[in-house]
Design a binder for this molecule. Structure first.
Ligand SMILES: CC(C)(COP(=O)(O)OP(=O)(O)OC[C@H]1O[C@@H](n2cnc3c(N)ncnc32)[C@H](O)[C@@H]1OP(=O)(O)O)[C@@H](O)C(=O)NCCC(=O)NCCSC(=O)CC(=O)CCCCCCCCCCCCC(=O)O
Ligand SMILES: NC(=O)C1=CN([C@@H]2O[C@H](COP(=O)(O)OP(=O)(O)OC[C@H]3O[C@@H](n4cnc5c(N)ncnc54)[C@H](O)[C@@H]3O)[C@@H](O)[C@H]2O)C=CC1
Length: 725
């Protein structure tokens, strides 16, 4: 809806569609009616457009996109209608003016914004472009470089920056609506021609062509298979090179390409999935709507290694006072130095610098080796070595020292939360908060509920994720939880492919072409091969506890590849030692180069184990890696470890570099088609009967038998009883 009201000489059109005044068909119709009414009323001399409840508009109604009557095309003509009005139209921007919302404002002759307002054209992030002539008007208003930046990144800019760019005419601290009405009254009768953006020439650059050439290279580099940024670029280039009407035609053509690419649907799935996971529910019936978080006024981090340092940085950035604890002074000093370096770098990126972060104040960040200083904290995050005995010792200590009610979180990447909780007298307060490396950068926080974890603990961990500007996803307790559990078969397939004849660089290339930032081997070199090696030793899969006589390539009757263990035995831990699956310029180097040593090592290994080398094509690499990961996802859903496929998708996009334009692994499976995924798994499983990861999950089979239902319906095919929790 849009409400029309007439004051003295200024008619007010108020966009109204809670919660964000999205431009649904009904809103657009009401906006058009309001404009026509104002035009027809001779007593109206000017128009002001604003949004209900302090928000201008978050743009086109994304939910409406998947409905049969798509309405994007309806917005452009309305923006033109606003611009061609003979009466001045003023946009009063409060809260957000995004996407189509900003395009409406660009059609207005004047824009006035509250200083806390945010503006942007985020269509690129949902696989589209600003298709209501926004790619043509914005460059005419703020110039090609600034417009290109906004349109190809989708970033939101604050009002102060918008004023500097010339995107708005004025910003106000107080009542934006009153200021806009004052402005509308003031400009009555003034010529509108110079205010119509479609008539403005593009501000020229001395070197436009060279600028565009370089910009295209940058856009392509960052996009890695995501189409929208490049097509947004092409639309802005059309604005720079063609008259307005021709530019609009080009914009429409490019939008059509995006609409049929499939990426828009995937990115919109990702958008709603991220919001859906906030509404967590536990099998006990507790949920986001009934459980309240407890306040976190002070926190602690135990262990300042790779993860602890990033976690401390994250908490400081969220303005949470904290105690950072290490096992002894030597480790403490090392940890403190590393944390300070990270914080200084973060402060440099922020407006206000070090003062904003205030990390030199011991009342806000205190380094210690004394557990007694944890007495008054509301929440502790443990990030010590991945060792059950050590974790239990720490949790036992914490439950004795911390105040009643304090939340005890573990950053374990795979260990059993219930076993850790069993070392405490308060298992209801124990929860997994699995950060991803680097912890101050990665958006994912996997939140693992144990058998006894209370709803308050879950709500508090979710609240913490929000405070840290992360995406919290609540999952159940099993080895590796969701993310790492799905990662195991993926990495396992990658290694098996090497045994059978492939090379690390070939496997990585296929997965990087698919859109991953790093293929499995580059990723493993970055994370450190020793991490998995230690875990496999603890599990008795390798090392001194392996019973003598165990076949080299078999464990518990299943296929096993000792390749990563053999590399570790050679001291090849990846980047940190300068050698792993690749070679690097030095220990700590980052440039991966294929390593002839590794190639001959692989040949020798195949000879030793009588493995016949064969050529493995890209399709097989992609399918075996991805479908085994997806297959594990179906098993996880069937066991009730995650409440829905969107949880798995959010985890993979935000924690594992899954290309967002492919919507997450489970969404990707739905686009490939479950019958095809099943058929391929069946085929590979027949060839490799000793690899359980390739054996199709019962849930996948059930969905295929049910006729390949849409992803939204998958969970309805599971009965409550199927949950193993
Ligand atoms: C606005 C925000 C910054 C607010 O953030 P926050 O306060 O954190 O709240 P949220 O939880 O994010 O949001 C609250 C609530 O609102 C819902 N919501 C938000 N924005 C929209 C929206 N635009 N439409 C519908 N619903 C919206 C959100 O989901 C929450 O509800 P819940 O899910 O129930 O919890 C933040 O929300 C934000 O950034 N929003 C997105 C803004 C955005 O991307 N806008 C651009 C939209 S596109 C556009 O405006 C114009 C165009 O030019 C489109 C081109 C033409 C289109 C062609 C039409 C054909 C489409 C076919 C598509 C193909 C796919 C298919 O085949 O289906
Ligand atoms: N490294 C990674 O990429 C990820 C690791 N994790 C998990 O995070 C945890 C920590 O891992 P990393 O930071 O990589 O390990 P790390 O080895 O870099 O650091 C562990 C730190 O814990 C400290 N420590 C050990 N015993 C202690 C004690 N009794 N009291 C206080 N501090 C103690 C050590 O001195 C060391 O600084 C592990 O459980 C790991 O599985 C989770 C996600 C990713």
């Amino acid at each position: 809806m849009a409400h029309y009201a007439r004051g003295s000489a200024v008619a007010v059109i108020r966009l109204c569609n809670p919660p964000v005044n999205a431009l649904s068909l009904a809103v657009l119709q009401a906006l058009e009616d309001g404009l026509k009414k104002a035009d027809a009323d001779p007593s109206v001399k000017a128009v002001m457009i604003c949004g209900e409840n302090g928000k201008f508009s978050a743009g086109a109604d994304i939910r409406g996109f998947s409905s049969p009557e798509r309405h994007g095309g309806a917005l452009g003509p309305i923006v033109s209608l606003i611009e061609s009005s003979e009466k001045p139209v003023v946009a009063a921007i409060e809260g957000v003016a995004l996407g189509g919302g900003l395009e409406v404002a660009l059609g207005c002759h004047y824009r006035i914004a509250h200083m806390k307002a945010q503006m942007g054209l985020p269509e690129v992030t949902i696989g589209l472009l600003p298709g209501a002539e926004g790619t043509q008007r914005l460059p005419r208003l703020i110039g090609v470089p600034a417009a290109l930046d906004m349109i190809t990144t989708g970033k939101h800019i604050p009002a102060t920056e918008a004023l500097k760019l010339g995107l708005v005419d004025e910003i106000v601290e107080e009542n934006t609506i009153e200021a806009a009405i004052r402005l509308a009254n003031k400009v009555i009768g003034q010529p509108l021609g110079p205010r119509r953006l479609s008539l403005k020439p593009i501000p020229r650059l001395p070197n436009m062509e060279a600028f565009l050439r370089e910009a295209l290279v940058r856009v392509k580099q960052q996009a890695r298979g995501w189409l929208a940024p490049e097509l947004c670029f092409q639309a802005v280039r059309a604005a720079a090179e063609r008259p307005f009407a021709a530019g609009v035609r080009r914009e429409r053509e490019l939008l059509q390409v995006l609409l049929t690419s499939g990426q828009a649907r995937a990115l919109q799935h990702a958008f709603f999935a991220e919001r859906a996971v906030r509404r967590w529910a536990a099998p006990s019936g507790a949920s986001w709507s009934s459980a309240a978080p407890q306040p976190v006024r002070k926190a602690a981090v135990v262990g300042l290694g790779t993860m602890g340092r990033g976690i401390v940085t994250s908490l400081v950035k969220a303005n949470i006072p904290l105690v950072a604890l290490e096992q002894n002074l030597e480790y403490l000093n090392k940890g403190r130095k590393a944390v300070m370096l990270l914080l200084e770098r973060e402060a440099m990126k922020m407006e206000g610098g070090a003062q904003t972060l205030d990390f030199h104040n011991p009342a806000r960040l205190h380094f210690t080796v004394d557990f007694d200083l944890l007495r008054d904290v509301d929440l502790v995050i443990e990030a010590v070595f991945e060792n059950m005995a050590l974790k239990k010792e720490i949790f036992h200590k914490l439950s004795k020292i911390c105040k009643p009610g304090a939340l005890l979180c573990t950053n374990t990447s795979a260990l059993n939360i219930d076993e850790i909780a069993s070392a405490t007298s308060c298992p209801q307060q124990v929860i997994g908060t699995h950060f991803f490396s680097p912890a101050h950068v990665m958006r994912l926080l996997e939140i693992i509920r144990g058998r006894h974890t209370s709803p308050t603990a879950i709500a508090t961990a979710m609240q913490l994720a929000k405070a840290l500007k992360k995406v919290g996803v609540v999952v159940g307790n099993c080895f590796g939880f969701v993310g790492n559990r799905m990662m195991f078969p993926y990495v396992q397939q990658a290694v098996f492919l090497l045994e059978e004849g492939s090379r690390p660089e070939a496997v990585d290339q296929v997965l990087e072409d698919f859109g991953f930032k790093l293929g499995p081997f580059r990723m493993s070199d970055l994370a450190g091969l020793d991490v998995g090696w230690r875990s496999r030793k603890d599990q008795g899969l390798t090392g001194p506890s392996l019973p003598s006589g165990t076949p080299a390539r078999q464990r518990h009757g299943q296929r096993y590849s000792p390749l990563p263990d053999l590399l570790c035995e050679q001291g090849r831990f990846g980047q940190k030692t300068g050698k792993g699956w690749y070679q690097y310029e030095q220990a700590g180097g980052r440039t991966a180069t294929p390593d002839p040593w590794l190639h001959s090592f692989l040949s020798h290994y195949r000879d030793t184990h009588h493995i016949k080398t064969r050529f493995i094509d890209q399709e097989e690499i992609l399918e075996r890696c991805l479908f085994s990961l997806i297959n594990e996802g179906f098993a996880i859903l069937a066991e009730g470890i995650a409440s829905g496929p969107e949880h798995l998708d959010v985890i993979y996009i935000n924690g594992y570099g899954w290309p967002k334009h492919r919507g997450g692994p489970m969404f990707y499976a739905s686009t490939v088609g479950l019958p095809r995924v099943l058929a391929k798994l069946q085929k590979y499983s027949e060839v490799h009967p000793d690899v359980p990861g390739l054996r199709p999950s019962a849930f996948l089979k059930k969905l295929v038998a049910a006729g390949n239902p849409p992803i939204k319906e998958w969970m309805s095919y599971l009965s409550q009883q199927s949950s193993k929790l």
